[in-house]
Design a protein around this ligand. Structure first.
Ligand code: HEC
Length: 98
């Protein structure tokens, strides 16, 4: 009986680890490492979730506009972070212009 309990416990621990690591892999694919990612994670979650970013269908030009729009709404992006953030958004989330 004791062995059975140990078996169950390790089963739970192992499946937890698997779920945890796939979660990490997925977020790396959606938000690849890059300059600008930290700014996105720190700044762009203050008013809404990052679903706004991942689900937006914006061209490169739209992203530039939206980024400044968010800054004018109060997103605290530092001057020296603007270029990296813009590049990160465009590189990873821009769709083709029609
Ligand atoms: C001060 C609050 C605030 C912060 C910080 C903020 N946003 Fe927003 N964001 C909003 C609001 C409010 C809306 C909804 C605007 C609307 O629907 O008219 C929005 C909407 C959006 C949308 C959807 C716009 C569209 O037209 O599809 C995107 C994309 C977006 N935000 C990206 C960002 C990014 C990137 C950042 C970080 C630079 C950011 N937001 C930070 C307030 C904020």
């Amino acid at each position: 009986m004791k062995r059975f309990a140990t078996w169950i416990t390790s089963g739970i621990v192992i499946s937890g680890l698997i779920l945890f690591s796939t979660g990490i892999t997925q977020s790396q694919e959606i938000f690849p490492a890059g300059q600008g990612r930290n700014t996105l994670f720190l700044v762009c979650v203050q008013c809404h979730s990052l679903n706004r970013v991942t689900e937006a269908k914006l061209t490169a030009a739209d992203w530039e506009f939206i980024m400044y729009d968010m800054i004018s709404r109060g997103a605290p992006v530092r001057e020296e972070e603007i270029d990296a953030l813009k590049k990160y958004l465009v590189d990873n989330f821009a769709i083709e212009a029609k």
